[in-house]
Ligand binder design. Structure first.
Ligand SMILES: Nc1nc2c(ncn2[C@@H]2O[C@H](COP(=O)(O)OP(=O)(O)OP(=O)(O)O)[C@@H](O)[C@H]2O)c(=O)[nH]1
Ligand SMILES: [Mg+2]
Length: 361
């Protein structure tokens, strides 16, 4: 899973990036058009993986990972500075955008629009994404309108009609993520990697003092959180960054501050839900491994995620939920008790399944 951290300049993107990845990238430097994106990989914490490892004592334990990419702030000037293409390029590969939104009020930190106004900033960033997408669509439409009349290709006709619909929506200021798309339509336009189509996690970046009004703050954004492919969460970026940089005393500090969970876990949780992902596990003496997959995936496709041969030569899947396996204490016990289910290729994988694929190629 790859997540692109975006937002207006100086809203705390790099601060949040450091908090999430325990990195030490420099903050407080105006990064617009200046430097390359920061990248950092985080292992996704999952108690179940530790427990499976304690059962199997494998040589290797593999957690699911998320890569965060922290790009320069996006504003209208990006276009003038010619770094818009670069911005799109670093982000086209990501599965989701996380927009850092400034809520903290610090006189010492400038705001490009002159005042702290989170809802305005969210709109402004959306507008920038919309303009980038529109640019791509308009160029493509010009070419398509010519070729469609001459070649009469069915595929191109369909593409033309989707792009026209997209253009109408973007012209009205509606980001593409809010549109209803069929799986076929999604497939047809996937190659464009439209930015306003990507799911959006809004991360409200608060000051420590605002933490006690967190629920009230999040409630103000509840309408936005209900929009399609959109979620809202809040964190104290600066505080969390400082916590992430502590090693020994972190727990003591957290206790003092009344924090029982680091932001990274909450943010990852939201990201999983937003992308509609679940995890299943494979486990043996060599490796215990987490596999994040789209919810609703069938056993045969899940096999293909592990190895193409497993999908090609799929025979059956032996499945047990993690909870059941943990309760019984070993796979032998599970077999004895008949708790290891035999499932066919159309079985719908559920979160927490431990799966042993049987295949033959
Ligand atoms: N008070 C306060 N200051 C913050 C917080 N988050 C970030 N800052 C400050 O805001 C300034 C900008 O932070 P960065 O993390 O560099 O912001 P950025 O969005 O990455 O900036 P660009 O990359 O230049 O667009 C720094 O001086 C941070 O210390 C916060 O939660 N509270
Ligand atoms: Mg930055």
């Amino acid at each position: 899973m790859k997540i692109g951290i975006v937002g207006l300049p100086f809203v705390g993107k790099t601060t949040v990036f450091n908090a999430l990845t325990c990195a030490q990238a420099r903050v407080g430097e105006f990064s617009l058009g200046v430097k390359e994106a920061n990248r950092g990989v985080v292992k996704i914490p999952d108690e179940r993986v530790h427990k499976l490892a304690s059962l199997y004592k494998p040589k290797k334990v593999t957690f699911a990972e998320v890569e965060y990419i922290d790009v320069a702030g996006l504003v209208k000037e990006t276009k003038e500075k010619g770094s818009e293409g670069e911005f799109y390029h670093s982000l086209r590969e990501v599965d989701e955008l996380a927009q850092v939104v400034r809520v903290f009020k610090d006189q010492n930190v400038m705001h490009v629009s002159g005042s702290v106004d989170p809802k305005r900033d969210i709109k402004d960033l959306d507008l920038d994404l919309i303009l980038i997408d529109l640019d791509i669509i308009e160029k493509r439409l010009k070419r398509l309108e010519k070729t469609v009349t001459s070649s009469k290709a069915e595929e191109e006709r369909r593409e033309l009609s989707i792009l026209q619909r997209f253009k109408e929506s973007l012209d009205q200021g509606i980001p593409l993520r809010e549109l209803e798309l069929s799986p076929n339509e999604e497939k047809l336009i996937r190659g464009y990697a439209f930015l306003s189509l990507k799911p959006m996690l809004l991360i409200l970046n608060m000051d420590e003092e605002q933490n006690n009004q967190r629920e009230k703050l999040e409630a103000e954004f509840s309408e936005m959180a209900q929009r399609k492919k959109t979620a809202v969460c809040s964190i104290c970026g600066k505080l969390e960054m400082e916590l992430s940089q502590l090693e020994e005393d972190r727990c003591a500090f957290m206790e003092d501050l009344g924090i029982n969970e680091l932001a990274v876990e909450r943010v990852i949780d939201f990201s999983y839900k937003l992308l509609d992902l679940i995890s299943f596990f494979t486990s043996n003496e060599n490796e215990v491994k987490t596999w994040p997959v789209p919810s609703g995936i069938k056993a045969i496709k899940a096999a293909g995620v592990v190895h193409t041969d497993m999908e090609r030569g799929f025979i059956k899947a032996e499945v047990i939920t993690f909870d059941k396996l943990w309760e019984l204490g070993s796979i032998h016990k599970a077999k004895e008790k008949g708790e290891l289910r035999l499932e066919g290729k159309d079985y719908v994988v559920t979160d927490g399944d431990v799966i042993f694929f049987r295949f033959n190629v």
